[in-house]
Design a protein around this ligand. Sequence first.
Ligand SMILES: *[C@@H]1O[C@H](CO)[C@@H](O)[C@H](O)[C@H]1NC(C)=O
Ligand SMILES: *[C@@H]1O[C@H](CO)[C@@H](O)[C@H](O)[C@H]1NC(C)=O
Ligand SMILES: *[C@@H]1O[C@H](CO)[C@@H](O)[C@H](O)[C@H]1NC(C)=O
Ligand SMILES: *[C@@H]1O[C@H](CO)[C@@H](O)[C@H](O)[C@H]1NC(C)=O
Length: 408
Amino acid sequence: IFTHFSLQFYSTWGVVSACPFHCVCRNLSESLSTLCADKGLLFVPPHVDRRTVELRLADNFITEVGGNDFVNMTGLVDLTLSRNTIHLIRPMAFADLESLRSLHLDGNRLTTIGPKDLAGLTNLQHLIVNNNQLVKVSVEAFDDFLLTLEDLDMSYNNLRRVPWESIQNMASLHTLNLDHNLIDHIAEGVFGELYKLARLDMTSNRLRTLPPDPLFARYILRFLFSILLNFGGNPLHCNCELLWLRRLIRGDDMETCATPTHLAGRYFWSIPEEEFTCEPPLITRHTHKLWVLEGQRATLKCRAIGDPEPIVHWVSPDDRIVANSSRTSSFSNGTLDILVTVARDDGAYTCIAINAAGEATATVDLKIIPLPHRGGVSGNTGSTLVRLSIKNMNPVYLQRSLNIYPLH
Ligand SMILES: *[C@@H]1O[C@H](CO)[C@@H](O)[C@H](O)[C@H]1NC(C)=O
Ligand SMILES: *[C@@H]1O[C@H](CO)[C@@H](O)[C@H](O)[C@H]1NC(C)=O
Ligand SMILES: *[C@@H]1O[C@H](CO)[C@@H](O)[C@H](O)[C@H]1NC(C)=O
Ligand SMILES: *[C@@H]1O[C@H](CO)[C@@H](O)[C@H](O)[C@H]1NC(C)=O
């Protein structure tokens, strides 16, 4: 027992009951610090005083945390586990750490953060998990500290996706570091409600485009809000979708365009606005007429090109946008599948290809050959429907305002 456990007394720092072997424990101004950095530890020492307020375990060889490691440490404020070899956090590992404000897990070997791995940290302000091997972070992982977190560092990992659904609710967030990952998508408007966000680093990811966000409007007045944004080192696709950014910000960092080819390698801020162009959709191929026996499957196709890649919607003969249902699948590549056709599916379908530059439409006639003996099938739903005047609508507005109904 005594090889792992020793009593140490410090007259100048006050009396400390027990301190793990090799560690240094100090009771300064009535708050206990347990300092065990760089001691060759293979696990969290079991005899840490549960009243400790600060626990430093950096630069050891700890491989996992959880179980009883931090049980009953309800007064712990600061926990440092940086530069170990942690690959596993057991669910509820930190569940008792209701006072914890700062958790350092940087420089470890974590690949995932599961839904309950950080549960119970109801006062967490700083979460530092940079330089791990993260590929997945659960959407629920941050649930217990969404409103208290001020500082989130997940840089230098392997993240393709981040849980934007939770990040957008972090009302106190001040600094967000997501640089040096593989992120290829930022959800539209995620930073809109993060009024305290002052530093956002997205350097060296795989972003091809950035959605408009109120954050960038605040950035114009950055001297007022002292906002710092970094988006360099992303393969930006400099088409009309990024024109808003080109107009908005006078850049000081070195963004370059990766595509289209004629803009490749050019400095974003030096390209004239009129060169940020898009190609409106062009429907290159589509089904013209299709005859299907009632009850059979019908596959309608509509192929469109454009820059950015157009999204294809289908409008049914009764002027409703066709959505996915148990009977129908509408794929964004332009394929509409009706698995089991019924008589009322008969009619002219319109495929609409939309992108930021415009739209194109084509008509497909679907003829359902009725089975002779079926009775009681009503021809139409009979409801009055407002005709969509798609031609004159702004495509972005159209995408947002169309109500999507399943085919019945
Ligand atoms: C720290 O010292 C104070 C007296 O200065 C004492 O009351 C307290 O119990 C000590 N805490 C620990 C954990 O030893
Ligand atoms: C934690 O506290 C509970 C209740 O006070 C006690 O029964 C348990 O032994 C403590 N566990 C540890 C590891 O200190
Ligand atoms: C229908 O589901 C497919 C995949 O199952 C998806 O790709 C497509 O976007 C969905 N369509 C609509 C209109 O939601
Ligand atoms: C469109 O996507 C669906 C689902 O991924 C696939 O089954 C279909 O073959 C695709 N159609 C075309 C024309 O590529």
